[in-house]
Design a protein around this ligand. Structure first.
Ligand SMILES: Nc1nc2c(ncn2[C@@H]2O[C@H](COP(=O)(O)OP(=O)(O)OP(=O)(O)O)[C@@H](O)[C@H]2O)c(=O)[nH]1
Ligand SMILES: [Mg+2]
Length: 470
């Protein structure tokens, strides 16, 4: 049995479950699982209370490669997940209550409306049920029309607010489903903003983020820092480009080092997204640079992948590979302003045509990809782009695709974690290292292939199964 890992949440309940029984062969792992430290416990509570400084420090813990930090990071994530689960069930109960209430009201209204037909009454009931769902469901589609004066005031940039700055407390989240914790799954929206260097991703995020904050959202931006793949200075560059958003007290901007992770997407991005949501950010924007693997990898993290492309057509369009188009939910041709407006429109038309030629990414839904133009310098076009994102989200929600996709992504991340952790264990395993070193002579003689040698090393170190002959 793993030692009970229990911490008390703000309301005094246990937020980490009781001891988990392990199958016999795994018992030795138990010794490697630490108990949550008071500092981690405090961090988890700080994050869940929406404290920006705690969030910043928690992300640093998640990104740390030190063994003891990694154990604490796991416990921190457990605490956050436990809280999310509890809020989810509260949210589901509230939803059921509201739906039942709306249906009852609709039925009463139908009964009192003399002359209404049965079909009309049923239609009214169905409409009311949908309305109730909309009330209880997240207000992710919140746009300019729903902005309130109070929210506008709250979204005004704080005097100082880069993470860890003086304005470390977020404004308290609006009362909504799930009580005070507004960022619970799946009432959040994760959008990947991918595209080639210089396409205008950061500029667009800065403009979009400001608008979203003004509409009452809380926006976390994770800029996948490409410093490990390109020459330095990019953190400063991105931070500089998002100056306004970094200062906004409803926003949180955080570069994530990639440390050479495949595709340029930080290995921990998924965990960082979860933390941001736990801290009350209902929209998470993930910027990633590059064409190719990074889009595919970021697609395993977000609900919606927007590909931001420069206004180019013809030959340059050929450079945008089919595979990338296949994983884009939305293609946005940026810089559609001034001299480039016409070219951007033509490029968007070409992408639109290209999208009809590839298999749909979400065949169970009506979404067939969409190409549009945008200019980060023109707020109305940014708002239009966001309306495409929320339309996409609504279509996915209507088909249960958001939950299904997140579950599939969790499976993908599990395997990515398994690969990373298994490899690390192998590299640290003295017997494996010795056996591998023992193969070097035969390898250099050419009497065994590296492939066969790896097989032999693994099989001979494995606890069970047939032993391989060298
Ligand atoms: N005219 C015009 N210029 C833009 C627009 N968006 C971005 N730019 C300019 O394009 C250049 C690159 O913008 P960034 O936002 O840094 O591009 P990026 O895609 O984030 O670049 P990397 O992070 O380096 O990959 C900057 O000089 C911006 O001012 C736009 O909508 N219109
Ligand atoms: Mg950028």
């Amino acid at each position: 049995m793993i030692a009970a890992r229990v911490m008390r949440g703000p309301v005094g309940r246990a937020v980490i479950g009781a001891a988990v029984p392990l199958p016999g062969g795994w018992a030795r792992l138990a010794s490697g699982l630490a108990e949550i430290q008071p500092a981690t416990q405090a961090l988890a509570q700080g994050v869940m209370a929406g404290d920006r400084r705690s969030l910043s420090r928690a992300i640093t813990l998640i990104e740390s490669s030190r063994e003891e930090h990694r154990r604490q990071a796991e416990l921190l994530l457990d605490a956050v997940l436990e809280r999310r689960r509890s809020d989810d069930s509260q949210s589901a109960a509230a939803k059921a209550r509201a739906t039942a209430r709306a249906a009852a009201e609709a039925a009463a209204a139908a009964a009192s409306a003399k002359g209404s037909t049965g079909a009309e009454a049923m239609g009214a009931a169905a409409e009311a049920a949908v309305a109730a769902e909309a009330v209880v469901d997240s207000d992710l589609a919140r746009g300019p029309a729903t902005r309130t004066e109070e929210e506008s005031a709250a979204s005004a940039p704080a005097a100082s607010g880069a993470d860890g700055g003086a304005a470390s407390e977020l404004p308290s989240p609006p009362a909504g489903p799930g009580g005070e914790f507004h960022g619970g799954w799946p009432s959040t929206l994760r959008v990947g903003i991918a595209g080639p260097p210089g396409a205008g991703k950061s500029t667009l995020i800065e403009a979009l983020g400001q608008q979203l904050c003004a509409w009452g959202h809380r926006v976390a931006v994770l800029a996948i820092d490409p410093s490990s793949t390109r020459t330095g200075g990019s953190i400063l560059g991105d931070r500089t480009r998002m100056t306004e958003l970094s200062r906004n007290r409803r926003a949180f901007v955080r570069p994530s080092p990639t440390r050479g992770a495949l595709g340029g997407v930080a290995a921990h991005t998924n965990d960082v997204v979860l933390l941001c949501e736990a801290a009350g950010f209902d929209i998470v924007l993930v910027e990633t640079v590059g064409l190719g693997q990074s889009e595919v990898a970021v697609d395993a993290t977000v609900d919606c992948l927007a590909l931001v492309l420069p206004p180019a057509g013809g030959d340059e369009l050929q450079g945008v590979k089919k595979g990338i188009m296949e994983c884009a939910d939305i293609v946005a041709v940026n810089k559609a302003d001034g001299d480039m407006a016409r070219q951007a429109r033509l490029a968007a038309l070409e992408y639109k045509r290209a999208l009809t030629l590839i298999p749909p990414k979400h065949p169970m839904t009506g979404w067939r990809g969409e190409a549009t133009t945008v200019s980060a310098l023109q707020p109305d076009t940014v708002a239009t782009l966001w309306s495409v994102v929320t339309r996409f989200r609504a279509e996915m929600t209507a088909h249960g695709e958001v939950r299904r996709r997140r579950a599939a992504q969790a499976g993908q991340w599990l395997w990515s974690q398994l690969e990373a952790q298994a490899l690390e264990r192998l590299r640290k395993d003295r017997a494996v290292v010795t056996a591998a070193a023992g193969m070097l002579g035969r390898l250099s003689e050419g009497s065994i292939s590296p492939r066969r040698a790896a097989h032999v090393v693994l099989e001979n170190q494995w606890d069970t199964g047939p032993k391989a002959e060298a």
